[in-house]
Design a protein around this ligand. Structure first.
Ligand code: ZN
Length: 367
């Protein structure tokens, strides 16, 4: 096992528009380059793993004593050359050179490359293009047969001595080491790469959307002679809901569900029983919560509501209530569901002395 793994992570990633350099951006909960380190370690196929970084001092080696972090150059080919020169003293048999921007290769691919290095000096994974490709030569365009187009990936595996000699002599700033072999007509063993082994190039490649759920519950006592508000609208009924506000159990449960999904405590935190909120209408409580969602780049996927009461009959007001909620929250009606539940005349709710409501909401946070 005289194999070494080189991870190139010194690039600038100019097509990547974030404050951080691409290799430090979080992807699937790890910094981009960490995926390659952890996979190389897990494979147990390498004596040493060399991480070539732009600022080695900024990366704490919490991974393994077999990881060495060295400073790279301005161009990929310079970083690669620096790594190969550094490795010379270890007298490697094989070296795999990999771009940190490809975090999704499999352990199987590494194994295949190393196996193929037994009989070959250069082993390069490739995939075919799924796009149609044209080639421009002077003013003429030519169609290329996409089945004969090889899109080369990394890791690329080499007999150390062979790639070292070619790299030292190279002055062309090649974009991968396979190019060195091709330029000099040296033999390459091409093996099937992996579609999922994509290069993270543009900011949008790395955007992640995270889903959350939130649960809300509310109950208010019914009292005679008060207006009944459910879902933001007035419902004709002999009693209304008692509360510091208008007692709208549906909107209150929605507020708590959203606060739950966004991990922002509960309705009482934002609307305590103070003079300021005395007799407040519940849409006025819900709206600022919704406004805050758009600021946080969060959208609501759906809302499911159980209204628990003997009367009024939910089926009679379902559409009106859903319409009202859809307007307050500014989401499509088909994302809201309202179910009516009776309680077999049991307890306070069964005796029409209270109305309860439970809500579950699903949200997505976009990066
Ligand atoms: Zn309430």
């Amino acid at each position: 096992m005289n194999n070494f793994f080189v991870i190139l992570a010194a690039g600038n990633g100019s097509r990547f528009k974030t404050k951080q350099k691409k290799q430090y951006v979080l992807y699937k909960n790890l910094r981009l380059f960490e995926h390659s380190i952890l996979k190389a370690l897990k494979s147990k196929l390498f004596k040493k793993i060399i991480l070539v970084a732009d600022e080695p001092s900024k990366i704490k080696n919490v991974y393994s004593k077999d990881l060495i972090i060295i400073k790279g150059g301005k161009e990929r080919s310079i970083s690669s050359k620096i790594a190969l020169k550094y490795l010379k003293k270890f007298k490697p048999k094989n070296v795999l050179i990999h771009d940190a921007a490809r975090p999704d290769f499999s352990l199987n691919l590494i194994k295949k490359i190393i196996n193929n290095l037994k009989k070959n000096k250069a082993v390069i994974p490739f995939i075919n293009s799924t796009d149609s490709i044209k080639y421009k030569l002077k003013n003429n365009m030519y169609n290329l047969n996409k089945n004969k187009i090889f899109l080369t990936q990394t890791p690329q595996g080499f007999d150390f001595q062979s790639v070292y000699k070619l790299s030292i002599k190279d002055k062309n700033f090649v974009t991968d080491e396979a190019s060195l072999f091709i330029d000099l007509d040296k033999k390459i063993k091409f093996i099937k790469g992996e579609n999922k082994n994509k290069k993270i190039t543009f900011t949008e490649d790395i955007k992640k959307n995270i889903n959350y759920l939130g649960l809300g519950f509310d109950i208010h006592r019914l009292i005679l002679g008060k207006n009944l508000y459910l879902g933001g609208i007035k419902i004709p009924f002999h009693s209304g809901l008692k509360g510091h506000s208008d007692g709208d159990v549906i909107l209150h449960a929605i507020i708590d569900a959203i606060l739950g999904a966004t991990r922002r405590k509960d309705i009482g935190t934002y609307f305590p029983n103070t003079k300021k909120f005395k007799n407040i209408r519940s849409p006025k409580m819900l709206r600022p919560i919704i406004d805050n969602l758009s600021k946080l780049n969060i959208i609501i996927n759906n809302i499911d509501i159980n209204l628990i009461c003997e009367k009024p009959k939910v089926s009679k007001y379902r559409n009106k209530i859903i319409n009202s909620i859809s307007k307050i929250i500014n989401i499509n009606k088909d994302k809201i569901n309202l179910k009516g539940k009776t309680v077999e005349k049991l307890g306070l709710i069964g005796k029409e002395k209270a109305i309860a409501c439970e809500v579950i909401v699903s949200i997505t946070k976009y990066d």
